[in-house]
Design a protein around this ligand. Sequence first.
Ligand code: SF4
Ligand code: FES
Length: 378
Amino acid sequence: MNQEIARDIKGNPVTSGLPMAMLAELTHRCPLSCPYCSNPIELARTASELSTEEWADVFRQAAALGVLQVHLSGGEPASRRDLVELVAAARAAGLYVNLITSGIGLTEARLRELDAAGVDHVQLSLQGVNAEMADWIGGYKGGFDRKMQVAQWIAEIGFPLTVNAVVHRQNLDRLPEMIAMAEQLGARRIEVATVQFHGWADLNRRTLMPTYEQSVQARRIVNAARERLRGRMVIDYVPPDHHAKFPKSCMGGWGSTGLNIAPDGAVLPCHAAQTIPGLHFDNVRDLPLADIWHKGSAFNAFRGTAWMPEPCQSCDRREVDFGGCRCQAMAVAKDPTATDPVCSYSPLQAQLHAMAEADSRSEDTALVYRKMPREARG
Ligand code: SF4
Ligand code: FES
């Protein structure tokens, strides 16, 4: 951290730009237990969470650093009793406030308070199109009905709404109904995101991995719906990595436009960065956010393109996808500097496809649900 010149994992000098978006994981507590949760397997203890004032300070620092929008997430952000104060603090810092929620824990009165405090946009997660599917996936009986009630309040209050539908083998055949449900709820946008197989989802690959046929069909459904809904509702589609030719530009490039704050104040280049051993994550309790962003070793590790191995180093897509996802490289290649195994130029792509194919043909329906260990709650 004392170095004058920031350097990547290979010692090359790097320069940093400014972040635009910050994901604030206010808490890892959540009434749902989705088996594909993006939170780490080792969840943050409730007692370690940043206080209201610490979060307010983070929001001010983020805005001063150049962040324009904050995504308030979790866990379930509504599990924080001070959510209204946190929204007001983010707004007072000048940030555009997006609330990402399952809806559970929100009442009409609380939603109206959140509206008054400055929530600009709501993203509501959808686990399924009926109680049977949604409550099974979310691991919470009665969750679907409560979510539908919250959706109605969201519409009545007039929040701009995005529906987040995480799709996988168990619910992908219901995609047309998910899109129809988003329309009925008055959403301006639906994000249809295939499960990313890190963390909890990786424990459930055999139950959740979509089949190749489902992926092809999903693409057709999305394209047809985009045509039909043009000018009314936007559909963002995150297809399954495992059937792609090239990887996605994860986080728009490591340390380039976004950062995540974990509930305990650790600052992460992406939500799964803690799966990469050897990286040191600075904490807002110890250092100014700007120093962490510009000089922190974790942010500089894979910044830019100089750290890349071949074939990325001489590839003309290296500034398109930045070599793909470091966490996926870690998970599959056991090397965070490797070319994302999704890539057609990766020597591991065939192995990845074979694994995905085998997982997708499994008849498993058992789920490992995300859960807070008892000691993490207090
Ligand atoms: Fe992207 Fe690297 Fe593959 Fe080129 S070789 S497409 S930069 S992951
Ligand atoms: Fe970490 Fe992609 S999830 S770089």
